[in-house]
Design a protein around this ligand. Structure first.
Ligand code: HEM
Length: 324
């Protein structure tokens, strides 16, 4: 995977890793539709099939997977990195779920976001048959309360306890993935700032995303808005990102660019501000360390999180391991 890596798959593969796992909802699978456990989603490799149906349906089914074809092509299509991985000794039965999840961590490493000691990664995600319900994933219009509820459905309790993190910190930290990649999905919706780079340095994994969100002014398009000052203006930020700082945005009938932040009372705000300050002090170590932990939590959605596995049974992904 490392040898075939190109910068354009950083964003799509990191997002795809989340979109495989984030389909899980314990509440929806057991209570709302009365479905038995087993079709609850989670890290199960069904992203691959959902992408295939998205493409075959001319982008009308599984629309939440739109925008990640670069990763699909990289892993299973034109580049078929999955086949190359399975050709390695001992890797023949590696699942699609594991290959996709690993590609997300490689995306973080390739863009410079691993902690200095590396980040532990575990195989062992079985592939599921069928497809998952992608509307379970959070969307660009999600406010802070919705994001907290969606992530609560991922059942992070054991892993949060193990890593000594709480829910708002977990959501705020995972959202930092938006420091890389691009908004690629057209047409642009009312909750998006447009198509294009998520941050100025969109192939560099750092705390820039937090600095951009946290230093925005209450008048979103005000003259001192950082991205406007920097001349980029048309960022791929979403309503959900702005809720990293604001609990309440003005008039929901307006497009995002015209909505003002009415407060800085989001439960995520302390974390956004802290990571932003670290970035401005040129020290993203805390973000990198916490992101590694939250990526591990995410990588176990829908599976039992066994802390001892992370203590004993892992591979450590490091810069040296993935050196070209
Ligand atoms: C917190 C809730 C989240 C929401 C509401 C959200 C929403 C979005 C949206 C709307 C896009 C733009 C899609 C497009 O226009 O092409 C996007 C892109 C992206 N998301 Fe998220 N996301 C969330 C969490 C995450 C997480 C947890 C990760 C990974 C750990 C992630 C990784 C990414 C990446 C890397 C991109 C850029 C994709 C590319 O370059 O093609 N997101 N997200």
């Amino acid at each position: 995977m490392s040898a075939a890596w190109t910068a354009d798959v950083v964003g799509p593969c990191l997002r795809a890793a989340f979109h495989d796992c984030g389909t899980y909802s314990s509440v929806m699978c057991t209570e709302v539709f009365g479905r038995p456990t087993g079709v609850c989603g989670g890290c199960n490799g069904t992203f691959k099939r959902e992408m295939e149906e998205l493409i075959a349906s001319n982008l009308t089914r599984f629309t939440q997977q739109n925008g990640m074809q670069l990763c699909y092509d990289f892993l299973w299509g034109t580049k078929n990195v999955a086949a190359a991985i399975r050709a390695h000794s001992g890797c023949a039965s590696m699942t699609d779920a594991d290959i996709l999840n690993l590609s997300g961590m490689v995306a973080v490493q390739k863009s410079g976001g691993l902690p200095s000691a590396g980040c532990n990664w575990l195989p062992g995600r079985p592939d599921a048959a069928g497809v998952d319900e992608t509307p379970r994933l959070p969307v660009s219009s999600s406010d802070a309360t919705t994001l907290m509820a969606v992530f609560a459905g991922y059942e992070f309790d054991t892993s949060m306890q193990f890593f000594n993190m709480e829910m708002a910190e977990t959501v705020a930290t995972l959202s930092g993935a938006h420091t890389v990649g691009q908004s690629r999905v057209r047409p642009v919706g009312p909750n998006s700032m447009g198509i294009g780079s998520m941050t100025v340095t969109d192939t560099v994994f750092d705390g820039e995303y937090y600095a951009e969100v946290a230093t925005s002014t209450k008048g979103w398009f005000g003259p001192d808005h950082r991205s406007v000052v920097m001349g980029t203006g048309n960022k791929g930020w979403f309503g959900s990102d702005r809720h990293g700082l604001c609990n309440e945005l003005s008039d929901p009938t307006l497009n995002l660019k015209d909505r003002h932040c009415l407060d800085e009372a989001s439960p995520f705000a302390p974390y956004y501000k802290s990571y932003a300050a670290d970035f401005q002090a040129n020290n993203d170590a805390a973000f990198f360390s916490k992101f590694c932990k939250t990526y591990q939590m995410m990588s176990n959605i829908g599976l039992a999180f066994d802390p001892t596995d992370y203590a004993t049974n892992h591979f450590t992904i490091t810069d040296a391991l993935l050196a070209p």
